[in-house]
Design a protein around this ligand. Structure first.
Ligand code: PMP
Ligand code: GLN
Length: 380
């Protein structure tokens, strides 16, 4: 059979590739973003409880009301914004499905979507598979801030959506209140949809406020807020996330959602709803990961790598300009095989594979894992 691929340039994701290489070479895995420690025993107990209590059939299509109400509460507590659980919040199979569904629901052939680079890898294929066109704007190279003049210059009558991500994977940069004002100016009076990937929403460091689009009355009207419990409660393997958006937008989102997944894992939704009733279980995350970041920076301070400023997420960027001339992908592969340390090369987050000699290290790891990794890093 002759196959005409809808995604001819897409291979296997770098995260899958590097984690497989790490396993094959028994390397410490600071590549793919996931914790190497378990989620809370309380959360596991709750999951067992709901499985053993018979909640093993379909949940309601938009998610259990308990979890939708909990999400509304978290957004209200965190950002002072109101979303109605009935019509404005939907539980998804992780943020990846949420973003895919949002693009499927709104992007027609020939529509343009602004993607800010370096960009997380699931955005562009989900645009292109629906016939959309990704239009790229580069973050400023020195601090990974958004170049709003450039974003503005890329907007035209075909622009249908704009994807932002803060705290930002892979750079660890966060947007500021000023960025929100810039985005408001661009979006006001247009029909452009903002898809705001906020999966690291509870990991903004050094006292920074997470600038959720839901804080802005203007942006909230035209945005789909996307998040993931995988990051917030250390359960990347559960693949449960959520979206919040005004009713009219959510209505379109759900039309696709119901035929893409229909519903998401029922007992785990109930467990999450109970667990997150204690606000410390999400508000404590910033402190937890800020300590990890600080430990990682302290342990690697004697190395020849130069760290970038990490203001959020669980990723630390490091420049290896002082160590090697190799391209970043070759170096990441070689470090995995020879030094037993897996990382992610930054060039994979750019369409043109821009190589600024940067590697991304995931510090969502046990302190002893970070210590072992730091030993290798300091030996290079
Ligand atoms: N967006 C960003 C920026 C991410 O880093 C990730 C990865 N975890 C996702 C979306 C996808 O999240 P999920 O695992 O919930 O699909
Ligand atoms: N978001 C994770 C990362 O950036 C990976 C998730 C995945 O493997 N798709 O490392």
């Amino acid at each position: 059979m002759q196959i005409s691929s809808k995604l001819p340039n897409v291979g296997t994701t770098i995260f899958t590739t590097m984690s497989a290489l790490a396993r094959e070479h028994n390397a410490i895995n600071l590549s793919q973003g996931f914790p190497d420690f378990d989620c809370s025993p309380k959360l596991r107990e709750l999951a067992n409880h709901y499985i053993n209590s018979g909640f093993n059939q379909y949940a309601p299509m938009p998610g259990t009301m308990q979890l939708r109400e909990r999400v509304a509460e978290i957004i209200s507590v965190s950002y002072g914004a109101t979303y109605h659980p009935d019509t404005e919040i939907t539980i998804t199979a992780g943020a990846t499905q949420a973003i895919y569904t949002a693009l499927a629901a709104f992007i027609n052939k020939g529509d343009e979507v602004i993607v800010i680079e370096p960009a997380y890898d699931c955005y562009v294929p989900a645009i292109e598979v629906h016939g959309g066109i990704a239009v790229y704007s580069q973050l400023n190279a020195n601090d990974f801030s958004i170049n709003w003049a450039d974003v503005r210059s890329k907007i035209n009558s075909k622009t249908k959506a704009l994807i932002i991500n803060s705290p930002h994977n892979p750079s660890g940069a966060v947007i500021t209140a000023q960025d929100i004002l810039e985005l408001e100016k661009i979006i006001s009076g247009t029909n452009i949809l903002v898809i705001s990937d906020e999966v690291y929403e509870h990991m903004a460091f050094d006292g920074a406020l997470h600038q959720s689009v839901s804080r802005s009355a203007i942006l909230k009207q035209q945005s789909i807020l996307v998040s993931s419990f995988g990051k917030t409660v250390h359960t990347t393997g559960w693949k449960i996330g959520y979206v919040a958006a005004p009713k009219e937008i959510m209505n379109e989102f759900r039309k696709v959602h119901q035929f893409l997944v229909f519903v998401v894992n029922h007992p785990l939704q109930l467990a999450l709803a109970d667990f997150l009733a204690d606000s410390e279980n999400y508000q404590g995350l910033t402190h937890f990961y800020q300590q990890k970041r600080d430990l990682f920076l302290k342990l690697t301070a004697g190395s020849r790598f130069t760290p970038y400023k990490c203001s959020g997420t669980y990723f630390q960027l490091m420049s290896y300009k002082g160590i090697s001339e190799e391209n970043d992908t070759d170096l990441a592969i070689r470090l995995t095989k020879e030094k037993k340390l897996a990382t992610i090369p930054l060039s994979v987050f750019y369409k043109n594979k821009t190589d600024n000699h940067l590697l991304r290290f995931c510090f969502a790891k046990k302190d002893e894992t970070l210590a072992k990794a730091a030993e290798i890093i300091c030996s290079l």
